[in-house]
Design a protein. Structure first.
Length: 86
């Protein structure tokens, strides 16, 4: 389970990298940026929760919580007009 959690953590990092590089201009748009910030803030909160769960050794819960974080990032990416599966 620890390896699976690390995989989800890397997947989350990859999606965050897309937001911070490819979609930087889209986030600068005042209207779109505000809309994207909502799921991205939720993603940060879920990631923090997942990291705490993993730190406590509860990898099963951490995996699910990290997946929820990544889904929120994907939602923000789709709001910017880029479809990615997931």
């Amino acid at each position: 389970k620890a390896d699976e959690y690390r995989y989800e953590l890397r997947r989350n990092d990859t999606h965050n990298m897309l937001i911070n590089t490819v979609l930087k201009e889209k986030r600068a748009d005042p209207r779109l940026g505000k809309l994207m910030d909502i799921p991205l803030q939720e993603a940060e909160e879920f990631r923090a929760e997942a990291e705490q769960q993993a730190g406590n050794g509860d990898f099963e819960s951490a995996i699910k919580t990290m997946e929820t974080s990544t889904k929120n990032i994907i939602r923000a990416i789709r709001m910017a007009g880029i479809y990615i599966p997931g």
